[in-house]
Write a protein that binds this ligand. Structure first.
Ligand SMILES: [Zn+2]
Length: 271
């Protein structure tokens, strides 16, 4: 059996694990998704090197027990696989994927929310995070309506359900009205996104796990953020990850005919 590992020192590594399915094998039951392993192999071997020894360094047995957690874990692994280079040191990528899996194993937050946190940080780390708060092209504020007066606070506009803003994956995310018009004239595809979905994606990474546990975002909002991130990733990877195919097979959850999206709860007031 050929196994694929993500390693800090050698990036993506394929190895042959002989007889790993035999109950008497030392590798039996050790090689499974989601665990961190201590492995022994020769990195510069010609062709596929044998895996000589593997032991658990950190087991994560909770992830496969629940379907949503399992799917989130597969998505994290697959994103790590897509980003990892072969035989290149990837210590940051390894640490990021490992931390994501560990959060999935131990966190009190829902698997959906952990996946949203992972994907947002991952896009940021890759340098392809979508512009969520200001215009991707000119950097100026990109209000949901050109008529919105500059005195309207961001809090008021984020609680107004149903507001939509121009958005273009090819232009890098949210757009102001004039950049959206210029992009359309240049032949780019420009759609619209619910402002509350962009706001949630912008604000979730700034909220502590404790705060998110106290007022968890509604699942529909998380599905919509994941839909946005999944389609944005499609555009940048120029292919669809296996783990995303089912989730993204249906109609766009953020299309105008899906109605207004829920909002992230405002931060509690401190007196
Ligand atoms: Zn602009």
């Amino acid at each position: 059996m050929v196994i694929r590992l993500l390693t800090p020192d050698w990036g993506r590594v394929d190895l042959v694990a002989k007889g790993a399915y035999r109950p008497q094998s030392r590798l039996f039951a050790t090689l499974d998704w989601f665990h961190t392993l201590e492995v022994d192999f020769r990195p510069h071997a010609q062709g596929l090197a044998p895996l000589r020894q593997a032991d658990w360094e950190q087991r994560r047995p909770r992830i496969p027990l629940d379907r949503e957690r399992y799917r989130a874990g597969l998505s994290m692994l697959e994103l790590g696989e897509a980003a990892a280079r072969v035989q290149h040191a990837e210590p940051e990528l390894f640490a990021w994927v490992e931390a994501g899996l560990q959060a999935l194993e131990t966190s009190e937050l829902s698997p959906l929310l952990e996946l949203v946190r992972f994907e947002l940080g991952f896009l940021d780390w890759l340098g392809i995070a979508p512009a969520l708060e200001s215009c991707a092209t000119c950097g100026s504020p990109a209000p949901s309506r050109s008529a919105v007066s500059p005195t309207v606070s961001s809090k008021e506009s984020s609680t107004a359900g149903g507001m939509r803003v121009p958005f273009s994956a090819g232009s890098g995310g949210r757009l102001c009205a004039s950049c959206a018009q210029a992009a359309r004239q240049a032949g780019m595809r420009v759609g619209t996104m619910p402002e509350s979905v962009l706001d949630a994606a912008a604000q979730i990474p700034n909220r502590s796990p404790e705060l998110l546990a106290l007022s968890p975002p509604p699942p529909e909002l998380l599905h919509r953020v994941l839909d946005l991130l999944g389609r944005f990733l499609d555009f940048h990877l120029e292919s669809r990850l296996r783990s995303q195919r089912r989730f993204l097979a249906g109609a766009n959850r953020n299309a105008p005919d899906r109605g207004p999206a829920p909002s992230l709860a405002p931060l509690p007031h401190r007196s």
